[in-house]
Every structure is written in structure tokens, then in C-alpha cells.
Design a protein around this ligand. Structure first.
Ligand SMILES: NC(=O)c1ccc[n+]([C@@H]2O[C@H](COP(=O)([O-])OP(=O)(O)OC[C@H]3O[C@@H](n4cnc5c(N)ncnc54)[C@H](OP(=O)(O)O)[C@@H]3O)[C@@H](O)[C@H]2O)c1
Length: 264
């Protein structure tokens, strides 16, 4: 079975939160190239318009864009209402952001909103969409962990904790949903060159491109629990994972420290 056949088994529609930029944008393009109709969610209307225009020029698929702030509980509900009558088989929850600095010095509202987007919205949307999928006995969910989500990491404590939550959540529901024929995958990248670094205020240094992350993840869907896309995340991830947790935390603290030079 090729990738197009594999993905179309879930259904004709895919939903991508954060599909207007960065890694999510790679998923929007990749899924359109596989003939999927797509719903792209993000806040900025111009970014949504741009990706829609770009994809429409290349592929004959239906595209719906929804401008919503998913850190808001009400707007997550809006998304659920607006997609009620669409038969969505594959859900990709990529919208998320990070921050860098000593936790107690960071803006509390932004840190709380990060938890709302990176964790609360994930729980809310995963609950709703897996229930919809269960009634059809098919579907798939892709969530985003991170290299920093396998241990506590200084200078990005709240963000790394939010990604630890997602990783653990993905592993748990994957096992629960297996018998319902619903696949769950956690994508755990290392440093990726996208809008993420700028929003977080991180100097990304040696970052991998977003290109190819979607294809590799879609291939892994159904076969793996977690994918570490790209050489750098594999190299760092697998060499760190064999170390005791406190040593991993120490090494990542040094790496993060280099990424926040200006904030020390
Ligand atoms: N880049 C990395 O190094 C890296 C590493 C590990 C894990 N990750 C994870 O991978 C995922 C994707 O990151 P990325 O690098 O693609 O980030 P990105 O380039 O900043 O893109 C984020 C996407 O999410 C949307 N978004 C942000 N806040 C939102 C909100 N409140 N409501 C709705 N949409 C929102 C953005 O559009 P608008 O701005 O228009 O809302 C954009 O489409 C995230 O979960 C991130 O934590 C990234």
C-alpha cells in the first residue's frame, strides 16, 4: 500500500491545527499532495490565505481555513461546531509554542496560555475527535512532543513540561484506541527552523528544515508510538535517552543556555 492509499483509508478530510506555518504547513502541503481535502487552523488570516492560495495552485483539493485562537476554550468549541458535519479521518494538532528564560521571570499570562494551547486544547480536541472517529471505527491523531519533553529542561521549564504531558498522553491513548482502529503518533522533533524559534525568543542555531517531517511522520503513523524526525533529532534523542534522566536534564540545560544568550 502506498502512502496515498494508507492515508485515504482514514477518510477524505484531514484537519491540521497550526497548518499555516512551520511543521504544520509541511503537513498541509503533504496531505494536499496525497489528495486529502484539508481544514487548516491558525490565528493569522493572511498566513491562512497564503497557504490556501499556494496549495490551490498545485492541487485539486478542497481547503477550508479557520481563523481561531485555540488557547481559548470557547474557540476550541467553535472549531468543533464548525467541523461537526465534516467527515474528518486524520487530525494533526501541531499548533503550539514555547518560551525561553528563567520561569519566574517570564510573562505569566503567556505561560498560562501556553498550557492552554499545548495541553488543554490537545485534550479537548483529542477527546472530541477520537469520539467522532470511534463511531466510524477508523481514524488517526498526530500530536507533537519534543526532544525536550523526555525530561525536565531548565530555561524552558514550562514548555518542556507541556511537551512531556503531550508525549505521555499520546502513549496512553494510543494503547487505549488501538482496538478501535484509531492510530496515534507523537512527533518529537529537535530544533526545527520555523516561526517557533522567533516566537519563543530562542536562537535556534543548527536547526533542521520542516521539509520532509510530514512525510516521515505519515509513514510512521500506525507503525510507531513516537517519531524523531530528521538526523539531528534522532542523533540527539537516541544518544540522550540511554543516559540517566538527571544527566539528560543537565546536557539540555547547557544546550538551552546557548539558545538564550541574550536573556542571561
Ligand atoms: N520548531 C521546533 O524546533 C519544534 C521542536 C519540537 C517541537 N515543536 C512543536 O511542533 C509544533 C509545531 O511547531 P512549529 O515549529 O511548526 O511552530 P510555528 O512555525 O511557530 O507554527 C505554529 C503554527 O501554529 C499556529 N498557532 C500558534 N498559536 C496558535 C493559537 N493560539 N491558536 C491557533 N493556532 C496557533 C500558527 O499560526 P498563527 O501564528 O497564525 O496562529 C502556526 O500555524 C508545536 O507544537 C511545537 O511545540 C517544534
Amino acid at each position: 500500500m502506498n502512502l496515498k492509499e494508507k492515508i485515504s483509508k482514514y477518510g477524505k478530510w484531514s484537519l491540521i491545527t497550526g497548518g499555516s506555518d512551520g511543521i504544520g504547513r509541511d503537513f498541509s502541503r503533504q496531505l494536499a499532495s496525497l489528495g486529502q481535502n484539508i481544514i487548516i487552523v491558525g490565528r493569522n488570516e493572511n498566513k491562512l490565505k497564503n497557504i490556501k492560495t499556494e496549495i490551490e495552485k498545485q492541487y485539486k483539493v478542497e481547503i477550508i481555513t479557520l481563523s481561531l485562537d485555540l488557547s481559548s476554550y470557547d474557540q476550541v468549541n467553535k472549531l468543533l461546531i464548525q467541523t461537526e458535519n465534516i467527515d474528518i479521518g486524520l487530525v494533526i494538532l501541531a499548533a503550539g509554542y514555547g518560551s525561553i528564560g528563567k520561569f519566574h521571570t517570564l510573562d505569566l499570562n503567556s505561560e498560562l496560555q501556553m498550557v492552554d494551547l499545548n495541553c488543554r486544547a490537545i485534550v479537548h480536541l483529542s477527546h472530541a475527535f477520537t469520539n467522532r472517529m470511534k463511531s466510524k471505527s477508523k481514524g488517526a491523531l498526530i500530536l507533537f512532543g519534543s526532544l525536550v519533553g523526555f525530561q525536565g529542561v531548565a530555561w524552558t521549564a514550562n514548555y518542556s513540561a507541556s511537551k512531556a504531558f503531550v508525549q505521555s498522553f499520546a502513549e496512553g491513548i494510543r494503547a487505549e484506541l488501538k482496538s478501535a482502529n484509531i492510530d496515534v503518533l507523537s512527533v518529537a522533533p529537535g530544533h526545527v527552523s520555523s516561526g517557533f524559534g522567533e516566537r519563543a525568543g530562542m536562537k535556534m542555531g543548527q536547526a533542521q528544515s520542516t521539509k520532509g517531517i510530514a512525510k516521515a511522520s505519515l509513514k510512521a503513523l500506525g507503525n510507531q508510538i513516537t517519531i524523531r524526525p530528521g538526523f539531528l533529532s534522532k542523533f540527539l534523542g537516541y544518544s540522550l535517552i540511554i543516559l540517566p534522566r538527571n544527566i539528560r536534564s543537565f546536557i539540555l540545560k547547557q544546550i538551552m543556555s546557548g539558545m538564550m544568550e541574550s536573556k542571561k
